[in-house]
Design a protein around this ligand. Structure first.
Ligand SMILES: [Zn+2]
Ligand SMILES: [Zn+2]
Length: 132
């Protein structure tokens, strides 16, 4: 299986935690908030694996907000999940590209783009600045 190294799309710091392994590889660690609970979530960095562990159990179908543990920026795409309409969560691939996962627990929608990161970020910033 392909192992992917992830970093924050904003501060570019690695999100990988070699000290905590899932599927025998470093986990992808971010901060999540749901239902007034704040904690960590760790996800498998193997492409296609949906194994996760979290500090607090996340009830099925819960919408979760993801934050970079380094810069605190909310990881939120302008795109909505085409299965359940929840916001997608973007992770930058260190080697180039982007993976987006659905922010709803239990929805296994994944989207990978190994190119076109520039257009994605540009679209995000355009969407974001229109709220300012
Ligand atoms: Zn960051
Ligand atoms: Zn979804």
């Amino acid at each position: 299986m392909l192992q992917i190294n992830f970093e924050c799309p904003y501060c570019k710091k690695s999100l990988m935690d070699p000290s905590y392994q899932i599927d025998d590889h470093p986990s992808l660690k971010v901060t999540i908030i749901f239902e007034n609970k704040c904690g960590w979530i760790r996800m498998s960095s193997l492409y296609g694996s949906t194994h996760i562990e979290s500090e607090h159990p996340i009830p099925d179908k819960t919408l979760t907000r993801f934050f970079c543990p380094n810069c605190g920026t909310e990881l939120r795409s302008h795109r909505l999940c085409d299965k359940c309409n929840a916001p997608m969560v973007p992770f930058k691939i260190t080697e180039g590209g982007l993976v987006e996962v659905c922010s709803r627990r239990g929805c296994e929608k994944h989207l990978a783009e190994f190119e076109d990161l520039e257009a994605e970020l540009k679209a995000f910033y355009t969407a974001y600045s229109s709220y300012m």
